[in-house]
Design a protein around this ligand. Structure first.
Ligand code: MG
Length: 461
């Protein structure tokens, strides 16, 4: 309790002198890693991966211990981040029925519906320059690319880096540590045109970074929104020559350390251009580590499970916010927050109203970020495909269904639900449903309320 009070005092004194929003709305940068785990950064406790730039970002800003994404795989997680809405509401959750998936694959023709408002399309209404760099994965037919969802330009891949394999490559080639460029035939796009195929995947992080620097420099005179969605450390893993044998953690560590270098380049550019004080930057990942890729997959640290699972490791992510002079420095934040909240937060920072004609699942994080309030988020719903698997309220989490990602064992239903106290048991090892009947009942009331109100969107793929 004392610790909490000290934190509050620190938060309250850090920002009251500054107006919430400068005359010019802030620049906004969201940096999204792909399949990076909760335990993969040194500021989240990894013993052998060095991430000095992200560690500095955390030291100069706010590091979340309880930051979530809205789905345990790429496509629905990104759809939710971009729109502030649960994937199931917008047809982007995928289906549990046999033969269906929850990520877009090249043969699909659907994607994020054009009537959805994205962060980019909302910020465009305030004159923001907008660019998407990196992995999109929200629809790859020409009319669903980022340039049709509010982005002025796009430079990157349409989907995951493993989705264009050449024929005849080894089984489970994506997990191999002896990667070969000739196994992959990825197309690199600028806007809606393929500009390189096969893409040199070893220079992808470096070239994305050069593009980001160019975008920041070219738009320094106006507000901008950069959605910088790295393709790694999703498998197959590649890094540039400068990062070969760079990390004690091996290839995976090399790749993460190059991402960290990239973050450092973004901050160096902001500083050089005099934009540091007027730019909000948020770093996170789209889902947990792909544990079945062995050494080519990451780590969820103390959390149970990984990608494809609604255990904490699948959906709790590193989350770091930085905005010098506005977000207090060196804060470790234990309140609940979610990637969907970035939608409401970015709109609030830009002075854009959140759409009123639809149900929003995000909440505005600015009171918590700027140090004059708490998170408005009390509840976190954990969906896998179109089925609700778990619910967190406060520090209790009830599982209705559990599944280990990519396991041949089918999902296990729990009726009555099992319950964990995530404060005392973040690894979800000890079921306390028997001792905490009221906590289970309270969460089940949230489930009933949620189901009564839920309108399911037409599946898009
Ligand atoms: Mg991913």
């Amino acid at each position: 309790m004392l610790k909490h009070s000290i934190l509050l005092i620190l938060l309250c004194t850090a920002n009251l002198s500054a107006p919430l929003y400068a005359a010019k709305p802030p620049n906004i940068i969201i940096i999204l890693a792909d399949d990076l785990g909760y335990g993969d950064l040194s500021c989240y406790g990894h013993p052998t991966i060095r991430t000095p730039n992200l560690d500095r970002m955390a030291a100069e800003g706010m590091r979340f211990t309880d930051f979530y994404v809205a789905a345990c795989v790429c496509t629905p997680s990104r759809a939710a981040l971009m729109t502030g809405r649960l994937p199931i509401r917008i047809g982007m959750a995928g289906l549990s029925a046999p033969g269906h998936r929850d990520v877009l694959v090249p043969k699909d023709t659907g994607g994020l519906p054009l009537e959805e408002t994205t962060i980019a399309s909302a910020l465009k209404t305030k004159g923001y320059a907008t660019q998407c760099i990196g992995k999109w994965h929200l629809g790859h037919t020409p009319q669903l690319l980022p340039t049709h969802h509010g982005f002025d330009s796009f430079y990157g891949l349409r989907w995951s880096v493993d989705q264009e394999p050449n024929k005849g490559i080894p089984k489970n080639a994506s997990a191999r540590l002896d990667q070969k460029l000739e196994w992959w035939n990825d197309a690199l796009l600028r806007d809606d045109k393929i500009i390189e195929q096969p893409t040199d995947l070893s220079t992808l992080t470096r070239r994305y970074t050069a593009e980001a620097i160019h975008f920041i420099e070219a738009n320094k005179g106006r507000p901008f929104f950069l959605y910088f969605a790295h393709s790694y450390p999703h498998v197959p893993l590649f890094r540039s020559k400068d990062f070969e044998q760079h990390s004690l953690r091996g290839l995976y560590g090399d790749v993460v350390e190059e991402l960290d270098w990239s973050v450092g380049q973004v901050f160096a550019t902001l500083k050089k251009e005099g934009l540091d004080q007027n730019t909000f930057v948020f770093f996170t990942s789209d889902n947990g580590p792909w544990l079945t890729k062995d050494l080519a997959g990451g780590s969820a640290g103390p959390l149970r499970g990984g990608k494809g699972s609604t255990w904490e490791g699948g959906m709790r992510e590193p989350g770091i916010a930085r905005w010098p002079g506005k977000i207090p420095a060196g804060v470790v934040m234990h309140e609940l927050a979610c990637s969907m909240d970035l939608f409401n937060t970015c709109l609030a920072l830009a002075g854009v109203a959140v759409p009123k004609d639809r149900v929003m699942d995000g909440v505005d994080m600015t009171p918590m970020l700027l140090g004059n309030g708490h998170s408005a988020r009390e509840v976190m719903f954990y969906y896998r495909k179109d089925q609700l698997y778990a619910v967190r309220k406060g520090h209790y989490k009830a599982h209705l269904v559990t599944y280990d990602g990519y396991s041949p064992q089918p999902p296990v239903e729990h009726d009555p639900p099992i319950l964990y106290d995530l404060n005392s048991d973040p690894s979800e090892r000890f079921d306390i449903a028997g001792e905490q009947a009221e906590a289970v009942a309270d969460i089940m009331r949230e489930v009933e309320k949620h189901k009564r109100e839920l309108v399911v969107g037409k599946p898009q793929f």
